[in-house]
Ligand binder design. Structure first.
Ligand code: EPU
Length: 419
């Protein structure tokens, strides 16, 4: 197991954002909808992608991955089981369920189980797929299903916390091979769903409305192979914006889609940053004193829950009191206790965190609890006086490809060591 040792750093220069993990994973799952070869570009080299490769290989796909390009072909083996040993390490594995049911008519996919960022049920996935005609039962920790013939219908996919990103992905993928028309109402509008829609259309699917709360799908008898370049990672971009604010470092962030991060840019401006956008590049100049702001995480185009922890670090150093309200995963606050150990002044009550800005934080030994919390601790380490040791950095590696190697040329003092 690796750990990071981080020293106070100030950053300068250009950072190029990688492909989006959360777009890549469902798109890779979508290749199960065809036996033809699919070619994907811009897939990030992160451990969650490697897990998805293992799941696809287990399901009979042959995956060739050279830097930049992934080719996915089919073998004769047509397994339909995604086992617990793979699924438990990554909840996104559950989105092979829809494509398996639609294409192979059978699926046995482990339920993902608990998660450190809070309760993460899959009831909406199961509801949508059942309404399309799949027969699903949950037994011995697995969702076991069959689908003699899926048929399009009108599905309301809203839940207690609004839309579901992977729930929408699962139902959308299954609907592409269902007979007739499917309407998915209260579908997630995230850019990753739009990118999945674009890929499915390249495979021959008939879809309209992706990126809105009402997606319409006209089912096809079969889909074919396709080639696609995955969008860039808005969460990696936002992480760099948070790092720039917290460390008060002027940066240029390249390969971004500004429309994917409008709420984040708005937040950075309210904190006092001066932003210059030029096509797919952002120059950010943080203020000397950060303004406190209130942030509420919401489904897209609202402020993303996946940037809550990173922005919390910047707010720990603002001139005043900020309030964060977590509306997607109300328990996603594992980083609070670690930041407190570094001198942050945060009090938490239910889905609220009140952050009282302080002038400085100090290094400590801290524990990464999940992917985005780890990124927050890296940022905190770069602003803290003294050494910060971040244990269990494998969480970070799930979604950021060798982040320390991308930050070092900017001036970050980070070392990866054996724990
Ligand atoms: N929910 C339900 N029932 C369901 C599914 C979800 O009640 O069947 C609830 C969840 O408990 C949550 C809300 O709906 O309160 C939204 O969850 P969603 O289903 O949208 O989350 P997800 O699709 O499982 C994806 C990302 C997460 C990101 C969330 C929210 C991927 C692989 N994962 O998860 O990313 O936080 O959407 O935007 O796309 C990360 O990258 O670190 C990460 C956790």
């Amino acid at each position: 197991m690796d750990k990071f040792v981080v020293h106070k750093s100030s950053l300068k220069g250009e950072f190029v954002v990688s492909g989006a993990k959360n777009a890549s994973l469902p798109i890779m799952a979508a290749t199960l909808l065809t036996d033809d070869e699919c070619i994907l570009h811009n897939i990030p080299d992160v451990s969650d992608v490697r897990t998805m490769v293992r799941i696809l290989e287990n399901l009979g796909k042959v995956v060739q991955w050279t830097p930049g390009t992934m080719r996915i072909r089919s073998r004769r083996l047509r397994n339909y089981v995604a086992p617990y040993r793979l699924v438990r390490t990554m909840r996104a594995s559950f989105c092979v369920l829809g494509p398996l049911l639609a294409k192979r008519k059978k699926a046995k996919v482990s339920l993902p189980g608990g998660c450190v960022i809070g309760s993460r049920p899959v009831d909406l996935h199961l509801k949508g797929l059942s309404q399309l005609g799949a027969e699903l039962i949950v037994e011995n920790g697995y969702c076991v299903g069959s689908a003699a013939g899926l048929a399009g219908t009108h599905i309301f996919l809203g839940g207690h916390f609004g839309s579901s990103v992977l729930g929408t992905a699962n139902v959308l993928m299954a609907a592409t091979l269902a007979a007739g028309e499917t309407l998915i109402e209260y579908s997630a509008c995230e850019p990753e769903i739009v990118d999945l829609g674009v890929f499915l259309k390249k495979m021959g699917a008939d879809i309209t409305g992706e990126g809105t709360p009402l997606i319409r799908v006209n089912g096809k008898r079969q889909l074919h192979g396709a080639e696609h370049t995955v969008i860039s990672d808005r969460i990696e971009a936002g992480t760099l914006i948070a790092a720039s604010l917290a460390t008060r470092s002027a940066l240029t962030i390249k390969n971004i889609y500004p429309l994917h991060i409008t709420s984040v840019l708005e937040c950075a401006r309210r904190m006092g940053a001066v932003l210059r956008l030029k096509r797919n590049s952002l120059s950010i100049k943080p203020p000397r004193r950060l303004h406190p702001v209130n942030i509420t995480t919401l489904p897209f185009p609202g402020f993303p829950t996946d940037l809550q922890a990173q922005f919390m670090v910047a707010l720990c150093l603002a001139d005043g009191v900020s309030l964060i309200t977590e509306k997607i995963f109300p328990d996603r606050f594992m980083h609070v206790a670690e930041l407190q150990r570094m001198g942050a002044r945060i009090s938490r009550s239910g889905p609220y965190a009140i952050i009282e800005g302080t002038r400085s934080m100090y290094g400590a030994e801290v524990m990464a609890s999940d992917l985005r919390a780890s990124a927050a601790l890296v940022i905190a380490g770069m602003v803290a006086h003294g050494d910060t040791e971040i244990l269990r950095i494998y969480h970070l590696d799930r979604g950021y490809g060798r982040l320390e190697e991308k930050l070092k040329p900017l001036g970050a003092k980070i070392k990866r060591e054996k724990q």
